[in-house]
Write a protein that binds this ligand. Sequence first.
Ligand code: AMP
Ligand code: ZN
Length: 487
Amino acid sequence: MQLKIYNSLTGEKEDFKPILDGNVGMYVCGPTVYSNVHLGNVRTFLSFDFIYRSLQFLGYKVRYVRNITDAGHLTDDGNIDNDRFIKQSRLEKLEPMEIVQKYTVDFHEVLKKFNLLPPTIEPTATGHIIEQIELTKKLIEKGFAYESNGSVYFDVLEYNARGLNYGELSRRNIEELFANTRDLDGQGEKKNPQDFALWKKASPQHIMRWISPWGEGFPGWHLECTAMSTKYLGDKFDIHGGGMDLKFPHHECEIAQGKACNGTEPVNYWMHANMLTMNGQRMSKSTGNYILPMELITGNNNFFEKPFHPSVLRFCFLQAHYRSVLDISNEAMLASEKGFSRLMDAVKILDEIQASDVSTVNVQEWLDKAYSALVDDFNSPILISHLFEAVKWIFLLKDGKETITAEDLALLKEKLNAFVFDVLGLQTITEETGSDKLDETLQLLIELRNQARKTKNWELSDQIRDRLLEKGIELKDGREGTSYTIN
Ligand code: AMP
Ligand code: ZN
């Protein structure tokens, strides 16, 4: 079946034709590691994890590069002393590289919890300073960039004068851009406000600095992605992804840099994942409208009425197409939890089903529909709806109301398992701990909590419950006593 991908550059769903048959080069902009990732960030990375898994499932060999931005991303006020890492290091009284390390570790831990596969290459901006300096030199040599007071800027007017079209991805008109931009970050150094920094001069107090032909400084954010994507995937590669908010200026600048350097569009298919919203507003650190992954898992937040397992969030996210906005809510999570457990129950029951001489269900037709959804721009909600068709049969097969041959049963099992575990990346929730010692310890804590409740020591009993919840262990009081689940 022909895979179709919606290409943000053309605004159309196109047949996917990789540069090298059977292989895919995919670059996705990674996190800026100066703070904890929130659920919104997780959604974008999860969307691309699903795409990566799907491409592999469809038989492609994928080189998946996702970078770590650990230098060069300025704050929105454009003040170079307000480099995000330096600002955060002052706040936390840590070295900038300690900030980088702390939040890189957090990022990896979070993605592991949600069962994201690691990329095949994960380069860092600070590990590619030489490549960025080389690119800057090349852009100056070709007349697309100029030095000004120890910084180097990309000359947008010159780029356009040569017939290259700045604004092609975001479909922005250059005159409009010129009229609407204020010169925040060049402080009079730039020829035009739209010119963007390839290299920035470091002020005396700026700690993250490297030696360059233009003096000590640090690279611009857009340049790092051009340097790392082309280094590992070539001057032209198949897929470039990121959140919708990165289209402009970040990806627009990457296209300009690539075309100016190599005379070719750097990317064949631009893919943009849509935003996660909460209360109708985009989830974002700066507005305070966000939930951290651990707050969802432990239930330690004022938004959800209970804790949720990471697989339930995964399932919830994948019930929306990656290009649609998704508004997270308690109701949506509760509904996802229900759907998720029904799906998982069906997968379990499938092992108990006996084969018959005839099939009253059409497995091949079902499979074709599931594949069609996947190849139609990775349509996860439609794919899931087809999986639920199989779920319905499985319950009917169990009750003897439908029958299936051994051959069809084997195919159904193989493909349903592949869709659920490999493509959607869901994981089974194990209520048991697998460790007797842990179970004994938790029973002991439950007993101590019961004693505290008997003596009306509510403070202590609440404390035991809350502290366990912080560790992802939820106590549930029922008629038969207290049980626990580990999220
Ligand atoms: P940053 O670390 O700020 O560069 O963000 C990392 C990724 O998260 C980028 O691809 C952003 O587009 C994405 N992102 C930020 N906020 C949201 C959101 N509310 N929903 C989905 N993705 C987001
Ligand atoms: Zn990037």
